[in-house]
Design a protein around this ligand. Structure first.
Ligand SMILES: [Zn+2]
Length: 247
């Protein structure tokens, strides 16, 4: 199963989940001419499981809209969105990333799952906590039961930013905890920031226990031989796909 990174805790007889590795590609070109059908079939074959449906966002736009997938809208397009939640069994929730975070949410008590695309813009807009809030408001989940799994993404070792992005984060967190000042290039101060740590802390603030939050610890840019990395591959790259599905 070298084609997939998985968290063992959510890959068993009750739940299927993964984050794909190269050469698996969920990007545009790779999916033309029947490529998507082949891709889904190969995943089903690899995991020995047939999905009832696979839901993706019609277009991921670095926003904070999370769509609840139910029987009524299962066959419809989601429109622009960056997060999906459901309690339907057999329905895989799919997100595409290349350096951004894909964050899985799972309540084993209420049996509700979520998958969100949280790049730095989505993190500033708190899309992961918003998905958790939808789980509590719509499905009656207790935040103390919700488990969080942050897939491989660009981490503090490689996520170089400038003052404009740091400023955005000042509105939601004490950036000094997550941000490291680096060199000055052409008069511009460079920083390195760990947005996975920020997401973890935002989720803890809404009552999700620290012990329920699992980080892969894998940086996609350091690991660009194994993962598509927007920055590591110099912006011409495929997409890592992630899915979570209640069996
Ligand atoms: Zn790195």
């Amino acid at each position: 199963m070298d084609k997939y990174f998985t968290f063992d805790r959510i890959n068993n007889d009750r739940i299927l989940s993964f984050y794909s590795r190269k050469p698996v590609d969920f990007g545009g070109k790779a999916l033309e001419a029947g490529g998507r059908e082949n891709l889904i079939e190969s995943i089903e074959s690899d995991f020995g499981y047939k999905f009832r449906a696979v839901k993706q966002c019609t277009r991921q736009v670095h926003g904070d809209r999370v769509v609840i997938i139910d029987e009524q809208n299962l066959q419809e397009e989601t429109g622009e969105a960056d997060g999906l939640v459901t309690d339907l069994r057999g329905v895989a929730l799919e997100i595409h990333t290349a350096d951004c975070q894909s964050v899985f949410l799972y309540d084993p008590v209420r049996k509700v799952i979520g998958n969100v695309h949280s790049g730095w813009k989505g993190t500033v807009q708190k899309i992961a906590p918003k998905a958790a809030q939808i789980m509590t408001d719509h499905y009656g989940c207790d935040p103390r039961d919700i488990e969080i799994y942050i897939n491989p993404s660009i981490l503090g070792c490689c996520f170089e930013i400038e003052e404009d992005v740091v400023e955005q984060f000042r509105s939601i967190v004490d950036v000094s905890k997550y941000c490291r000042k680096d060199r000055v290039v052409n008069g511009r101060q460079k920083y390195y920031m760990d947005t996975a740590q920020i997401n973890r802390d935002l989720l803890m603030q809404m009552g999700i226990p620290e012990g329920n939050i699992f980080l892969s610890g894998i940086c996609t840019m350091c690991g660009r031989k194994e993962y598509h990395s927007y920055r590591g591959d110099h912006h011409v790259t495929g997409r890592n796909g992630s899915m979570i599905c209640l069996k």
